[in-house]
Design a binder for this molecule. Structure first.
Ligand SMILES: CC(C)(COP(=O)(O)OP(=O)(O)OC[C@H]1O[C@@H](n2cnc3c(N)ncnc32)[C@H](O)[C@@H]1OP(=O)(O)O)[C@@H](O)C(=O)NCCC(=O)NCCS
Length: 149
């Protein structure tokens, strides 16, 4: 799925390596692929976060990628929607994502400015709450994301 990030202006082309590292380290909680006419065209990963509360565990979304040839046909949205539904059904308290609010906002992700990730502008640090209160403070990603440099 490396090609999905090739045309992205913000991607740093290590996403495929991050997926492999998440899998190897056992941090990947959920991995889904999207198929169109029998061809795998996209992938999404979810990983366990460090934040736990009385209402359940928190998870992170990423990386998400759809082959450029098949973008704009709903695969990315289907991956996010199905992944979030799976987390919700299995008792997650919520999920955090770093990404474009114009894309992730449609699924219910939002930023209230209370989460931080280094000096990344807080509008890109979004969360969706399934149960309990909204989290605050610094986000700690799985070690596999250290590959993102
Ligand atoms: C982002 C991505 C996963 C979307 O997958 P997709 O299959 O094209 O998405 P869908 O067809 O379900 O949805 C397309 C919608 O998302 C919007 N969209 C796609 N990428 C977007 C982006 N980076 N920012 C804002 N909106 C985006 C499209 O404009 C479209 O909007 P519309 O439904 O109002 O027309 C895909 O473009 C991709 O793999 N991009 C490169 C890697 C990347 O940026 N991953 C996300 C890292 S945060």
């Amino acid at each position: 799925m490396d090609g999905a990030f090739a045309s992205s202006s913000h991607a740093n082309h290590t996403e495929a390596a991050i997926v492999r590292a998440l899998r190897a380290s056992g941090d990947m909680t959920l991995s889904l692929v999207a198929e169109i006419a029998g061809t795998v065209v996209g992938h999404i990963a979810f990983f366990a976060g460090r934040h736990r509360c009385a209402h359940g565990d928190w998870f992170g979304l990423g990386p998400l990628a759809v082959d450029p040839v098949y973008q704009g046909q709903g695969a990315g949205s289907a991956l996010v929607s199905h992944g979030l539904a799976d987390l919700h059904t299995n008792g997650a308290a919520g999920c955090v994502v770093l990404g474009d609010p114009r894309f992730y906002g449609r699924f219910g992700f939002m930023s209230d400015g209370a989460l931080r990730y280094g000096d990344l502008p807080t509008r890109y640090i979004q969360r969706i709450v399934f149960a309990g209160g909204a989290p605050s403070g610094e986000i700690h990603y799985a070690p596999a994301f250290d590959l993102a440099g």
